[in-house]
Structure formats: structure tokens, C-alpha cells
Design a protein around this ligand. Sequence first.
Ligand SMILES: O=C(O)c1ccccc1NCC(=O)[C@H](O)[C@H](O)COP(=O)(O)O
Length: 371
Amino acid sequence: METFFLRGSSLSSIPSSSLNHRSTFRPINRRPCLRAQQSDGSATDIPPGEFKVRNSQDEIAATQGIRIRRRPPTGPPLHYVGPFEFRLQNEGNTPRNILEEIVWNKDTEVAQMRGKKPLYTLKKAVDMAPPPRDFIAALKASYLRTGMPALIAEVKKASPSRGVLREDFDPVEIAKAYEKGGAACLSVLTDAKYFQGSFENLEAIRNAGVTCPILCKEFIVDAWQLYYARAKGADAVLLIAAILPDLDIKYMTKICKLIGLTPLVEVHDENEMDRILEIDGIQLIGINNRNLETFEVDISNTKKLLEGERGEKIKQKDIIVVGESGLFTPADVAYVQEAGVKAILVGESIVKQKDPTIGIAELFGKDISAA
Ligand SMILES: O=C(O)c1ccccc1NCC(=O)[C@H](O)[C@H](O)COP(=O)(O)O
């Protein structure tokens, strides 16, 4: 049920569309403060600044075509109509799709982790971390060696769209099998809630003698996470254009450079691709064939985003493109290679195989480990 909190003495200036039968009104006092409803139904005052910051972040993001909103601090944002404030309870405090839900959870998770490990302690851990490996050089070397897209093999136990992919999940064994099969790099999912991943997996793989550079596959919403990923041994991180406004991508890319991480900037549609192509210094772009809001997978998305002027611009800028998601067969690999990718990111089709080394050979239609 929708609940409106109202300030003022008359209802006459509220748009009639807001005054439907599912809404209830609660006149509250005239003191100028913001009021949020708690999960137990009680109300609490919250600092006006916090709402302003989150709301203006969302407004800036929306002007760039970003649909994913950031989590409101303690409930739905207030709306102002004339002298009134009112709250549409189900509009602002309920994620609209799975990606928004993941991002809101990540906002909360990161806030808690930051409390336990402030940035200054993380910076020390970054200094102590093993030196970063060159992610892009590994992709290029593999492409030159095999003449086929370099493989970023994903260590993925589960996903929101497919559930558990592999019950007997030993991340280190899987990573070693991928390396043996000819993977150029690894992608390790670190989100626990939706993917059953962890930073312990990433660290364990890094410490097990695997030499492939490692992408930390996370939902990055805060620069703090970049330092955390590097401190845990990551060589690259994913920056998702559907979540991050341009300024965040520019800022985070700079931090990545500073601490030796390679950013893989992920796009899914033309608008995101165009935004990223306007940003200087991006060397690696991933085209996700999966729509992260609907789970729909269509590998022709890679081709669509590499056609025409966009493809030309990518060549001029010498950007390496990674085709991501939904790749299962040699024909799929050939299709995205033909479209212009020099690397692919694959999870499900190889992690589900009893022996992931053989899974890689089946994906490419040949053994790429010795090519
Ligand atoms: O995989 C999902 O269900 C998913 C849902 C919501 C956000 C992200 C999601 N996946 C991340 C990825 O894009 C894939 O793990 C990656 O590209 C590999 O895809 P696949 O080869 O299809 O496993």
C-alpha cells in the first residue's frame, strides 16, 4: 500500500493522479525536516543532505540514460508538491529489477565493509599486495598465439539467472583447469549473495600459483572497492556503465591506473557504448550480451554494437573489445570474432563441464592450450 506523508494544511495542490484509493495521507508537523519510514512502520528523521546527494546522483545518472537508481538511505525519497511533502512508498524504496537490487545490496554491503576497513588501512594493504599482472598484455599475447579470441574464463558457481551452475565447486581446481586449457585470464566472481562468490576464492586462486591475470568480477559502486580488490590480489576490475555515471568511470579509471588495476568497462547498449567511447584512456571494453535487468541473452548484441562508426572509432582508439555472456559453441566464438572482438568472457558453458579444460577445447572446437 502506498503511504503519503503530508506537510501543510490543504490537499488542494496535490495532483489528482496522486490521490488514488491506494494512498493514505498522514498530516505531519510543519517543522522542515525529512522523514523516512522504517521497516517496522515507525518514522525517523534523516539528514536532508543525504537525500539531496542520492537524488542528485540519480538525476545526473538519468541524464546519461542510466536507469539504475542508487539505494535511498532509509526509504523512499520525498516528493514536493507546493507546500506539501508526500511519499510514494512503493516507488522509491523497491528495486525495479535484479540489477538495481544487486546495486542496492552492494551499497549497504560496501558501507559496512568500509566501516570495518577504512581506506587508510586498505592503502597499506595495497602496498603489500603482490604486484599486478598485465591483463591486456596477456589478452594480446593469447590472441597473437592462437589467432582466436583470448579467453577470460570465469570462475562462477551460481548466478541469479541460472541458479547453481556447479555443485562440486572448487575454485582453485577450476582456475587451474582453465589455465591448463589455454585461458589467457581469469574472471573471479566475488559477490556472495547473488553469485556465491567470494574474495577468499580470489585470494586462494592468486596464492595457488596460477599465473593468469585475474579480473575481480564485482559490482563496483564505490572507489573503496578498487583498493579492496587490489589488496586481495586482483589485476583487473569490472566497471559497469549501466550503473556508473561518466564521472565515476573517469574517476575510477584514474584510480585504477594509480594502483595498477586494469579496468574492463562493460556496456550493453548503444547509449552506453557511445558514452564510453567519449571517455579518454579506455583500453578495454566488454560488450555484455546479457541484459542485466531482464536476463535476456542475445549474442548478436556484440555485432550490433561493433557495426559502423562505433566499430571504426574502436579501431582508431585501438580498444580491445571483449564479447561477454551466452557463448557456448565454436560457431558462437567465430560469430563474435567475425564481429570484431579480440577476447571473450565465458562462464556457464565451461564451468559446467566435468573437466573445464576439455570444456575450453569444446568451446573453441580445438585445443588452444598448445596452439
Ligand atoms: O549471469 C547472470 O545471471 C547475471 C545476472 C545479473 C548480473 C550479472 C550477471 N552475470 C554476469 C555476467 O555477465 C556473466 O557472468 C559473464 O559475462 C559470463 O556469462 P556466461 O558465459 O553466460 O555465464
